[in-house]
Write a protein that binds this ligand. Structure first.
Ligand SMILES: [Zn+2]
Ligand SMILES: [Zn+2]
Length: 362
């Protein structure tokens, strides 16, 4: 029987979001219905509401979620009812060239649930944010979007691994390959940058330098494990990073802003043959200009990190376990817990830079 539950809808460009009754169908083959326990409010949800992602309104927002599998469709082997899971953006196909080469995080043919969820009022189809749509009491996803983790963890904390926090940790640990004793600089200390800092600490980096223009964010970066901070309004960050690394530059620089000027800072703030990881997301009109001789002469590697190059089945349970051991302070990303009807207010607070994450708890 299809179920009626409450969910947060973005009805049209720049219109306030509102709670509506939505219809969640029974899971079909390869699908699962998940009873959502917690879902974080992310900038990407705001971008959907503003029409910045696409114009397939109405959207069912929410995508950083954890919950319990309620039911699964026929022939589903990934999870079973009762499993506590963290949701991810996309189920991998297992068949494409990337999957067959053992690199499923680059899968070319990812998928979400095939059946639509709809508005109860008029039957219109909903576009779930990032294929998830978890500001709802229940949601329908592809079973491959569910990753089982230790159920002892706080769902508000676990859900954050589904997006920004994983992107940041993965940028350092997976893409940047930070190792024990490395020096790491992180430019831009919002949620993703702070997660990169926590990831660098987890990986054993000896020196973790946080760079931002906002004093509040630098203090927060320290609480995540930054050993040094640089206010780039007051100081040239490239000079400051070199000074803090014996004149060399950092082994790995994480660019978590996604702008040409901060990318250039990252490029020159690394040691010879060092690594730059771009995890901040640029906009289409941005252009980068660098002396090609410097790109060649300085060696090393310039990488981009999509979703932290994560493999949910490998990374989510591991990071939850490390969190449970007290080695990864994921709880610090949860600034406040809110109700389903407070998402619009949470957007305002996020916009003002007051919170790292507001998390809807059910
Ligand atoms: Zn997100
Ligand atoms: Zn694939």
């Amino acid at each position: 029987m299809p179920q009626e539950v409450r969910g947060v809808i973005a009805p049209g460009k720049d219109e306030p979001v509102r709670v509506e009754t939505i219809v969640v169908p029974d899971p079909g083959p390869g699908e699962a219905v998940v009873r959502v326990q917690a879902c974080g409010v992310c900038h990407t949800d705001l971008h959907y509401k503003q029409g910045g992602i696409n114009d397939e309104f109405p959207f069912l927002l929410g995508h950083e979620a954890a919950g319990v599998v309620e039911s699964v469709g026929p022939g589903t082997s990934e999870v079973e009812p009762g499993d506590f899971v963290v949701l991810n953006w996309r189920a991998v196909c297992g068949q494409c060239r990337a999957c067959r080469r053992g690199r499923p995080w680059y899968c070319f043919d990812t998928h979400n649930a095939r059946q639509p969820m709809t508005l109860a009022a008029d039957g219109s189809e909903l576009s779930p944010a990032l294929g998830i749509g978890a500001f709802a009491e229940k949601t329908l996803v592809a079973a491959g979007q569910c990753t089982k983790v230790d159920p002892e963890v706080d769902p508000a904390v676990a859900g954050l691994l589904g997006c920004g926090v994983m992107a940041g940790i993965g940028a350092t640990v997976n893409t940047g390959q930070v190792g024990r004793g490395d020096s790491v600089a992180v430019i831009g200390c919002g949620g993703v940058g702070d997660a990169a800092i926590a990831g660098a600490r987890l990986a054993g980096a000896a020196r973790v330098i946080a760079v931002d223009v906002d004093e509040r964010k630098l203090r927060q970066a320290e609480s995540m494990g930054a050993t040094h901070t640089v206010d780039s309004r007051a100081t040239d960050p490239v000079e400051a990073i070199r000074e803090l690394t014996g004149g060399f530059g950092a082994d790995v620089v994480i660019e978590a802003v996604g702008r040409p000027e901060t990318y250039e800072q990252a490029f020159y703030a690394r040691d010879l043959a060092g690594t730059v990881v771009l995890v901040g997301v640029p906009t289409p009109e941005m252009r980068l200009e660098l002396p090609l001789l410097d790109v060649f002469g300085r060696g090393g590697s310039l990488k981009s990190s999509w979703y932290g190059d994560c493999l949910p089945s490998r990374d989510f349970p591991m990071l939850i376990d490390l969190h449970r051991q007290g080695r990864l302070p994921l709880e610090k990303f949860v600034t406040e817990r809110i109700a389903l009807d407070e998402v619009e207010h949470a957007f305002d607070r996020m916009h003002a830079g007051d919170v790292l994450r507001s998390v809807v708890v059910f």
